[in-house]
Design a protein around this ligand. Structure first.
Ligand code: ATP
Ligand code: MG
Length: 413
């Protein structure tokens, strides 16, 4: 492995004929840029450290990388032979990355930059090109426009292609930082957002459906670390449903690493609600019980809020009246990142995060267990609280928590 430090000064002329070798070897690396949002003041070091740690984590032992911070960007050095596709697939999981590029790192010497630019475009098909240089290191004697002109002229000579500054087929980017230059042609869009770990902890109520995994991923994208609570009605629902939720949590783990999944038995509480409350309120009372259970788990985990996959008006239990009535059962805020999304948008996002195919596989949902035909669309906190007073759920909630099984879910490869 060649270390970037070795590149900081031009290496002595070698005996080979290649131009780049005369000025030091062009080292392939991956250049990562992050968005500046959220980088004010004291947040900045935290954000930067967390993002570097998250980049290392997605490669793990499979392809251990070195990550170096360099004036508002990172150089990621991957082991030789790592397929570019693997690099792209992994970096697309790291929230906080604005874009990245496979680049060549060379000493900041004009001839070396020109040679690297020629190497970067060598196997490309293009008729027109542009060069866009950024000189962050002002000790480099040529300014950005000077680099554009010199490298543009060199590429014209060696490729016999035309310069087009308005709509080029290919753009060669050059960044001069810390006595080296990074040269690349294609920017790959990152997932943006904030690095997981800078936004606090939340607990997501994860069902086996389409919506809640998307809600969890959206919170991760704002920097939250998410743990999971799933309520099941075993033995009335199939144990395969719990395995399905664990697998969804493992897919989501790609974005944040291992996380606990709390499997909470809801069946005794449901039985009690079915026996003691009108069927029209059943699902809402289940939902309030779930929020209370999840809030108790959130307290143990020092999480500040709950997250659900609800979207306004999607089903009877998600009317504005019902959402607000259910909400009041939770002692901590319930965040609903999909509240204003429609189903097509949610599905598109589920496909992007790769949970969709699994989510649409059939499963037993604990809320369809004893699901009434006539759910109300218009409840109130007052009405639900009155029903709960007749039910005496406290002991059952405590028993459900005591019987909860926690599994640490490792990310899927
Ligand atoms: P999803 O696709 O997430 O299941 P949905 O549209 O099917 O959503 P509901 O089944 O009404 O909606 O559930 C609304 C929300 O309540 C879910 O997004 C999820 O956050 C939570 N939830 C529902 N069922 C469970 C469960 N068994 N365990 C934990 N949370 C659940
Ligand atoms: Mg559901």
């Amino acid at each position: 492995m060649i270390h970037f430090g070795e590149l900081s000064m031009p290496s002595p002329a070698s005996s080979t004929e290649s131009t780049s070798a005369e000025h030091g070897v062009a080292t392939p690396c991956v250049l990562v840029h992050y968005s500046e949002i959220g980088l004010k003041g004291r947040n900045r070091p935290l954000f930067e450290r967390q993002l570097a740690a998250n980049i290392r984590r997605v490669f793990g032992d499979e392809a251990p990388v070195e990550v170096r911070r360099l004036f508002g960007r990172y150089l990621v050095e991957v082991p030789a032979g790592t397929p570019p596709r693997l690099v792209e697939e992994r970096l697309k999981r790291v929230f906080g990355i604005a874009y990245f590029a496979h680049a060549l790192a060379v000493p900041a010497v004009l001839e070396a930059i020109e040679a690297a630019a020629a190497q970067v475009v060598a196997d490309r098909a293009f008729a027109t090109f542009a060069v866009r240089a950024k000189r962050a290191d002002k000790s480099f004697p040529v300014d950005s426009q000077g680099i554009n002109v010199a490298v543009g002229a060199h590429l014209r000579r060696v490729t016999e292609r035309r310069v087009d500054l308005t709509a080029p087929d290919l753009t060669v980017h050059i960044e001069v930082v810390d006595r080296r230059a990074l040269v690349y042609a294609d920017r790959v869009a990152g997932p943006r957002g904030l690095p997981v770990g800078v936004g606090g902890r939340v607990v997501c109520l994860l069902s086996g459906g389409i919506d809640s995994p998307v809600a969890a991923a959206r919170m991760m994208r704002r920097g939250c670390r998410v743990s999971f609570v799933h309520c099941h009605s075993f033995p009335y629902t199939n144990p395969a449903s719990q395995a399905k939720v664990a697998e969804l949590a493992a897919i989501l783990g790609r974005f944040q690493g291992p996380a606990p999944l709390h499997l909470v038995p809801l069946v005794e509480i449901q039985r009690h609600i079915v026996a003691g409350a009108p069927s029209t309120f059943r699902v809402l009372l289940y939902r309030r019980a779930m929020l209370r259970l999840a809030a108790a788990i959130a307290r143990q985990e020092k999480s500040l809020a709950l997250v659900t996959g609800e979207s306004l008006g999607q089903v009877a239990s998600q009317t504005l009246a019902n959402l607000t009535a259910v909400d009041r059962a939770s002692p901590i805020p319930v965040l609903r990142p999909l509240l204003g999304w429609d189903k097509e948008e949610i599905i598109a996002e589920a496909q992007r995060i790769a949970t969709f195919e699994l989510s649409i596989e059939p499963h037993d949902d604990c809320c369809s267990f004893l699901e009434p035909k006539d759910p109300t669309t218009r409840s109130t906190d007052h009405r639900l609280a009155a029903l709960e007073r007749n039910l005496a759920l406290d002991d059952l909630l405590a028993a459900a928590l005591a019987a909860t099984v926690v599994r640490l879910i490792e990310p899927l490869g």
